[in-house]
Design a protein around this ligand. Structure first.
Ligand code: FMN
Length: 362
């Protein structure tokens, strides 16, 4: 597998608790695990030569799940689990999210349910008392013995504002120990959403969603959907490394590394659902505050970023804060240049996009 920055074999860990550490190692060693497809570069916005108010007057705040965020940014679900490093990552992210008042999702809490000694890495509410925190579990676990009780435990432990259920059929298909029984999941997701005291958010992990998914989830009662589209982190490529390390001699992960619906295309395709009342979150390959503005004009109410926060979070809270501030400044400048005064006015403003003929094929 022609992995750049690769230095030595990647161990396999079918039993689970070290899987996250392995994935992080792969992401750090293989620069191409971030596909960096820059799909948002193909979208341009009408430039206002006369914004008619001052840059410093731009209001970047929004409301989400009953809380005010200073910026419509979600640090997307990444980690939690065994060992000092995963705990440090989560603590740095949580402290920075609180300081900058942006939202944060944690990585899958399955590890916490199956290995209770790892629960401390998800003790984030004391570090982030006032901002939006999102729990996370794999939707497919609902076909492997999980139900309302495990979902409740995940939410209660984090004191989360919502539960994310991630859907990752491609990742599971490539993962050497993957769980691919996806039959009947929509109805089970709907049943959890009907009984859980907080909203359920459904997301992919970097391969996007289709209108057919949105329709099924809408019918099941889901009202918040994170498209988590293609263009950024490729779990097919990451699991492909682990597959090789486990001795499976094929190239499945690399063959599918760019499979998926690019984030801007997913947002466009889901516009009718937004108009009906579905709240959309955009993530997958968002790499600047400018990308955030474009994603919101395409219909997102909140914008998620994962991979770019990983290295800063391994270092310190300050590094994470610096990156959030960079996103904030880019977002502010882009919003100002569109002539809007407030982020709240930006959602779904497709009239701000230059005609599609100029977009080079998206
Ligand atoms: C290190 C890492 C770990 C991740 N773990 C999870 C996870 O446990 N649950 C989940 O729903 N998504 C997980 N994701 C996926 C992200 O939340 C996001 O959907 C995806 O990486 C696309 O965003 P990006 O291109 O900004 O990285 C993870 C991503 C990274 C980089």
């Amino acid at each position: 597998m022609n992995a750049r920055n690769s230095s030595g074999p990647i161990p396999s860990d079918p039993s689970g608790p070290h899987r996250k550490e392995q994935a992080i190692e792969i992401i750090l060693r293989d620069a191409e695990a971030d596909r960096n497809r820059r799909y948002f570069d193909r979208i341009q916005l009408w430039h206002r030569a006369l914004p008619e108010y001052d840059l410093e007057d731009v209001d970047t705040s929004i409301e989400f799940l009953g809380r005010t965020l200073a910026l419509p940014l979600l640090i997307s679900s990444m980690t939690g689990g065994r060992g000092e490093r995963l705990q440090r990552i989560n603590h740095n992210l949580a402290r920075a999210a609180e300081l900058c008042r942006v939202a944060m999702g944690v990585g899958s809490q399955r590890v916490m349910i199956e290995h209770p000694e790892t629960a401390a890495s998800f003790d984030l509410r004391p570090l982030a008392p006032s901002t939006v925190l999102l729990s996370n579990l794999g939707a497919v676990q609902l076909n492997y013995g999980y139900g309302l009780e495990q979902c409740r435990r995940a939410v209660e432990h984090l004191r989360a504002d919502a539960l994310i259920l991630h859907c990752n059929p491609l990742q599971e298909a490539v993962q050497p120990e993957g769980q691919t029984r996806f039959g009947g999941l929509v109805q089970k997701i709907g049943a959890i959403a009907a009984q859980l005291p907080v909203p359920v958010v459904v997301k992919e992990v970097g391969a996007g969603v289709s209108p057919a998914d949105a329709q099924a989830l809408w019918t099941a009662g889901i009202r918040i959907l994170d498209v988590a589209g293609a263009g950024g982190t490729s779990w097919s490529r990451i699991e492909g490394h682990r597959r090789r390390a486990a001795g499976v001699g094929d190239d499945l992960g690399q063959t599918f590394q760019d499979w998926g619906v690019p984030t801007p295309i997913a947002l466009r395709a889901l516009a009718p659902f937004r108009e009906r009342g579905m709240t959309l979150i955009a993530s997958g390959g968002i790499r600047s505050g400018l990308d955030m503005v474009k994603a919101m004009a395409l219909g997102a109410s909140l914008v998620g970023v994962a991979r770019p926060f990983l290295a800063p979070a391994m270092e310190s809270t300050e590094r994470v804060v610096e990156l959030i501030r960079q996103f904030e400044h880019e977002f502010r400048v882009a919003l100002w240049l569109t002539g809007l005064r407030s982020a709240r006015e930006l959602i779904g403003r497709t009239d701000l996009l230059l005609p599609r003929e100029l977009e080079d094929g998206t």
